[in-house]
Design a protein around this ligand. Structure first.
Ligand code: NDP
Length: 299
């Protein structure tokens, strides 16, 4: 890419993630000073998917960096659902664990929905439990999925006012597209959620002030679809034949038209992990302060 062709400012997800990890570290230290308890995150990995191993390792590293306790549970691929649910029940009951994350996808034969629903909503730092999804949709969120949280922070970091903007989210997964759209709606954007059956997708993207792409197809959103001056958030992580990571947006083309764009890698990815740290601290604050003050049994 030649620099003089680049128009967009590149949003530095790594730097923003560092700032948020710093804030999480401060709150964790405050909690420790006040109650003598360190927030703890349990990460459960079933099987030996190489990508999942990488994610789990980086989550453990982030915990260390922020001063959280991390508990890693690696189970064999032939673990039964009953065994997994038993481990989650133990983690739900543990006083040292404030956040529980089961790394997805699970091996075939394990029911993801049942596993997610077995996690205490209070400790559901991925925000995937129907209770937390319901609270999000109802407009009173508690624990919100990490990638969409990161997306909103990345957009806010540009200084643009989300209110009144036309936003298009390409992708309607439960972990990214749907919650990202709801968060944008809560920020008073006017939101379209697009998917594989959307007609004239490029026209919808072309009209958007904010584009969030979470499709899982390299370079799927073409540069000439992007409106001049738009903010483009690229969630995709795709591996090229020569083993590089690339996003769902044609970066070079889009950067000539957008005002702000996230790179892949170095955009949404680091923010997802930083938001996981923030969610773990938030869960710990609620549990520890709630327990100490005996303030109701609500989630
Ligand atoms: P899913 O596979 O669950 O969803 C993909 C979405 O893209 C679906 O809603 C699908 O539509 C839509 N889609 C597929 N093809 C088209 C098309 N031709 N036109 C329009 N829409 C289409 O993906 P995720 O949201 O889980 O992840 C997407 C990408 O983001 C992946 O690359 C993943 O690795 C990455 N990711 C990155 C994270 C990070 O931290 N940076 C976190 C999570 C994911 P339909 O519903 O109709 O099938």
């Amino acid at each position: 890419m030649s620099d003089y062709e680049l128009r967009a400012s590149i949003i530095d997800g790594k730097a923003l993630a560092r700032t948020h990890r710093g804030m999480a570290a401060k709150r964790a230290a405050d909690l420790q000073a006040e109650y003598g308890k360190r927030p703890g995150l349990a990460v459960v990995l079933v099987g030996d998917d190489p990508a999942s191993r990488v994610y789990v390792r980086s989550k453990a590293r982030a915990c260390e960096n922020v001063g959280l306790a991390s508990f890693q549970h690696t189970l064999p691929a032939d673990t039964t659902e009953a065994e997994l649910l038993e481990l989650i029940a133990d983690l739900n009951a543990s006083e040292d664990v404030h956040g529980i994350l089961v790394q997805l996808p699970l091996p075939d034969g394990l029911n993801e929905a049942a596993v997610i629903e077995s996690i205490s909503p209070q400790k559901d730092v991925d925000g995937f439990h129907p209770y937390n999804m319901g609270r999000l949709v109802a407009g009173s969120p508690v624990l919100v999925p990490c990638t969409p949280l990161g997306i909103i922070e990345l957009i806010k970091s540009t200084g643009i006012n989300i209110e009144g903007k036309d936003a298009v989210v390409v992708g309607r997964s439960n972990i990214v597209g749907k919650p990202a759209a709801i968060l944008l709606l809560q920020q008073n954007a006017t939101v379209s959620i697009c998917h594989s059956r959307t007609a004239r997708l490029h026209e919808k993207v072309r009209a958007a002030d904010i584009v969030v792409a979470s499709v899982g197809k390299a370079g799927f959103v073409r540069g000439d679809w992007i409106k001049e001056g738009a903010v483009v958030i690229d969630v995709g992580i795709n591996r090229t034949e020569d083993n590089r990571l690339t996003g769902d947006v044609d970066f070079e083309g889009a950067a000539k038209r957008a005002a702000f764009i996230t790179p892949v890698p170095g955009g949404v990815g680091p923010m997802t992990i930083a938001m996981l740290m923030c969610n773990t601290v938030r869960a710990a604050e609620r549990i520890i302060r709630g327990t100490a003050e005996n303030a109701g049994a609500g989630v």
